[in-house]
Design a protein around this ligand. Structure first.
Ligand code: ZN
Length: 232
């Protein structure tokens, strides 16, 4: 096909498109706002298509490619496929809305760790996750002189499962006990994933759920009060 055909193929494809939104994490209806393309030296065409997620209203960009037939002298494109999506979805565990309940300084460390993890900077990612965890423990009243595992142990309001889990995470090791041996020499992708898994659940239990419960209680009480007033 020629470029006109490729444009039509893109515009036909995006009608009523359902895709996973990188912001709200749900499979939703995304609506095309605009598209344009550029041509590579070998004649391949790449489209950038901007969308708006219908439920959350945020923007995303997807790219797709058409391949030029290398044996053809004229433009002769065939659809190669959808390629990339921006922004990258950094966190499948916590939504942006949930993260608003985490104290700001801790959320900044957590977010930076996610960025490191997304492009394979595993050591930096682990280091930032642990920093987020340690700041959280201090915010919850742990003694700053203890090492990480003892800090976790010392918090009476932490569920037993979470304490057990913390012991299983190899990378937490002696961190804090021996600052020169931070166990970060060899950090695999699995290590950083496991650390992320742990910390997201920790933040959920300790900061997000209590706030959610508080909000829902206030909402219920307000509703009851309003009903009382209406009843009077
Ligand atoms: Zn969305």
């Amino acid at each position: 096909m020629k470029i006109e055909g490729a444009k039509k193929a893109v515009n036909d494809h995006v009608v009523d498109l359902i895709d996973v939104c990188p912001h709200c994490g749900a499979k939703v209806h995304i609506v095309q706002l605009w598209n344009d393309f550029h041509q590579f030296r070998n004649g391949d065409i790449e489209f950038y298509v901007a969308f708006r997620c219908k439920p959350c209203g945020k923007l995303l960009v997807k790219t797709c490619r058409f391949r030029q037939n290398e044996y053809s002298k004229e433009q002769n494109l065939s659809f190669k496929g959808w390629d990339e999506k921006f922004p990258l979805s950094l966190d499948d565990d916590l939504t942006d809305e949930e993260k608003e309940h985490i104290p700001k300084e801790i959320a900044i460390d957590y977010q930076e760790a996610l960025k490191c993890m997304s492009f394979g900077a595993n050591r930096a990612g682990c280091s930032m996750f642990r920093r987020a965890l340690q700041s959280s423990l201090l915010a919850l009243g742990a003694d700053h002189k203890l090492d990480l595992i003892k800090q976790i142990e010392s918090l009476n309001n932490l569920p037993g499962d979470i304490k057990d889990w913390a012991h299983q995470i190899r990378i937490f090791g002696n961190w804090g006990a021996h600052p020169d041996k931070d166990n970060l020499k060899e950090v695999s992708e699995d290590d950083v994933k496991e650390t992320h898994d742990f910390i997201s659940k920790f933040l959920l239990y300790m900061f997000i759920m209590p706030e959610k419960v508080k909000l829902s209680r206030t909402k219920r009480e307000n509703k009851l009060n309003n009903n009382d007033k209406l009843g009077q």
